[in-house]
Design a protein around this ligand. Sequence first.
Ligand code: NAD
Length: 264
Amino acid sequence: MKAEQIFDIAGQTAFVTGAASGLGLAMAEVMAANGARVTLADVDAETLEIEVARLREGGFAVTGAVVDVADRDQIHRAIDAAAARDGRLDIVFANAGISAGPGFKEMVGRIENVARDAWDKVLRINLTGVFTTIQAAARHMKAQGSGRIIVTSSIAGLRGDPPVGYAYAATKAAVANLVRQAALELAPFNVLVNGIAPGPFLTNIAGGRLRREPERHAEFAARVPLRRLAQPDEIKGLALLLASPAASFITGAVIPIDGGSTAG
Ligand SMILES: NC(=O)c1ccc[n+]([C@@H]2O[C@H](COP(=O)([O-])OP(=O)(O)OC[C@H]3O[C@@H](n4cnc5c(N)ncnc54)[C@H](O)[C@@H]3O)[C@@H](O)[C@H]2O)c1
């Protein structure tokens, strides 16, 4: 079988949350570049409009949807609308997420200082937002008897990770287990649910801190066996794999993409 057949997603429909920036934008791009019709969903209306226009100019079949994943009704409405418009829903990336601020290596992130509002906000977006996205996708995919759901966890969800903050580590572990839970329920319906667990990528998370602060960048790079941070484009291969026929027997997996960070 040729690579273009194994990874063929042409004509499928995809919905990506957090798609105006970073990993979500790269996921949307690789779906569109391989012939899928893609809805890019994001809370940042301005950036979303710019990126959707850029992709359309590139000849891709993309639509923007302004959605706050923390709002259950908004995410259900947006996924229902995409499924109704395209007539089906093949691939959903539950990707949107935010940083929780510094972890316990800095005084501000120590356990006694974790602010209630920040904790609640991270849970609403990183956990409830992901659950609601899976829930909304599953309804359509169960009915059609096929589908792929791909959740962005983090290596911070696979082990303790002092710099990332309590709420972030907790939500990323929680969504890794949501992947396994949903994979078991949805397997009989031919709906495959998997997770991606990135190590450090140079995106706009935490205000793009890793890109702007050389010391912080070096500190994170030193913790990676490959001794560098990843570019957003480097998520594309794994995203395409999990969305494509190549992954037909993969479900319930949470796959690190981390330059070896979790190997040791
Ligand atoms: N960059 C990394 O090093 C890294 C590592 C592990 C996991 N992740 C995860 O990858 C995912 C994507 O993050 P990124 O690094 O690309 O960051 P990013 O900030 O570049 O992109 C995140 C996007 O999500 C959007 N978003 C934020 N809150 C939202 C909401 N409530 N509703 C809808 N959209 C919302 C933002 O507007 C932004 O466009 C997140 O879940 C993040 O936790 C990132």
